[in-house]
Design a protein around this ligand. Structure first.
Ligand SMILES: Nc1ncnc2c1ncn2[C@@H]1O[C@H](COP(=O)(O)OP(=O)(O)OP(=O)(O)O)[C@@H](O)[C@H]1O
Ligand SMILES: O=c1[nH]cc([C@@H]2O[C@H](CO)[C@@H](O)[C@H]2O)c(=O)[nH]1
Length: 317
């Protein structure tokens, strides 16, 4: 079957404030404010398309000037948007984020879109969507019926599913969803909530041991935990391979979107048949490129991958 990765997830409009000088949470901080196309699912599908992976998106979009602009950018990136539904309002979420003088996130509020239109569509057309796809990438914190329906269909049609959290709202209440994934990728804050209370106090070897124990205990196939500037750790329960991948050096501009970029790069590697340890190197590269941009995406991904040694050696085998 030809490759088609279908991403199921949200579109958000991000309002990001960048502090010019030392950020004081109680003060009036001078800086710059920017609206950026966001949403975990949208960020991921744009990255995949820019990494030359044939991609389709399942989501909702408002019938507004901003909605049109978001739609056009996805089309320009070659994302198939047949299942991006138009809604009069509430189809897109909003994310208010504050970044300090170093580009690190210091606070945020998420306003979710109304997910019922998407849920209705998925329950009616999910099977058709899954049959056409070679792989699925699922934002897991939509609604429980959306995640469960896709995961059951994927099992029935034997399609690998890669999962990424939105805000853990659904996963914490329905953690059994995780064991239906081929790979789950989350950050260390999310991992602590799932793996155990002291996860972030452990050293790298301790974290790998805790990750391995958790993945084996719930019957998940593989999992990666990102650790911010420290890099990431991974474990594949099929091959029993685990390891640590340090981050690449970056010119830090804005770390938000790094996790989505990491997921996109790792999924690219997995879709192209790389073992998890090598796929994670691709994720680390895409995250580094994204951190150097104020957007949630690095738009020159195609050019960068063509001229980058890591991608040449890993992907062009
Ligand atoms: N300061 C940094 N320097 C270099 N690489 C970084 C830095 N921060 C993050 N990364 C890279 O990005 C990956 C993902 O970062 P992180 O663990 O912060 O994800 P996240 O919390 O999901 O990100 P976000 O929610 O901001 O998108 C890391 O594994 C690492 O490879
Ligand atoms: O609840 C949510 N909050 C924030 C996001 C998005 O995360 C992205 C950064 O990783 C950002 O673009 C924001 O819109 C989301 O999809 N759901």
């Amino acid at each position: 079957m030809t490759t088609l990765v279908t991403v199921i997830g949200t579109i958000f409009v991000d309002c990001k404030g960048f502090a010019h000088q030392s950020y004081n949470p109680l003060g009036r901080n001078l800086g710059s404010i920017q609206f950026v196309h966001g949403g975990v699912g949208r960020n991921v599908v744009e990255n995949l398309a820019n990494l030359s992976i044939p991609s389709a998106f399942v989501s909702t979009l408002d019938e507004s000037a901003l909605g049109e602009e978001i739609k056009k950018r996805l089309e320009d990136a070659n994302v198939s948007i047949d299942h991006v539904l138009h809604t009069p309002s509430e189809g897109m979420g909003m994310w208010l984020a504050v970044l300090n003088e170093n580009g690190d996130l210091v606070g945020s509020i998420s306003q979710m879109p109304n997910l019922l239109t998407l849920q209705d569509h998925v329950l009616k057309r999910g099977e058709e969507i899954v049959k056409k796809s070679s792989h699925l990438a699922l934002e897991l914190d939509l609604t429980e019926p959306i995640s469960r329906h896709f995961l059951e269909l994927a099992k029935q049609w034997n399609k690998p599913v890669y999962g990424i959290p939105g805000n853990l709202d659904i996963i914490l209440k329905h953690s059994d969803l995780l064991d239906m994934l081929d790979c789950f990728i989350c950050n260390n804050i999310e991992a602590e909530k799932l793996v155990g209370d002291n996860f972030n106090t452990l050293d790298i070897q301790g974290k790998i041991a805790a990750l391995t124990g958790y993945v084996d205990s719930i019957g998940l196939k593989s999992m990666v935990v990102t650790l911010g500037e420290e890099g990431s750790i991974y474990y594949d329960s099929k091959t029993k391979q685990s390891g640590y991948q340090p981050a690449f050096p970056v010119q830090l501009v804005d770390t938000s979107g790094a996790g989505d970029a990491f997921f996109s790069g790792t999924v690219t590697g997995l879709v192209r048949g790389l073992p998890l340890g090598e796929a994670v190197v691709c994720g680390t590269k895409v995250a580094a490129w994204t951190i150097e941009s104020k957007e949630n995406n690095c738009r020159e991904l195609g050019e960068k991958t063509r001229s980058d040694e890591v991608f040449q050696t890993l992907l062009v085998k």
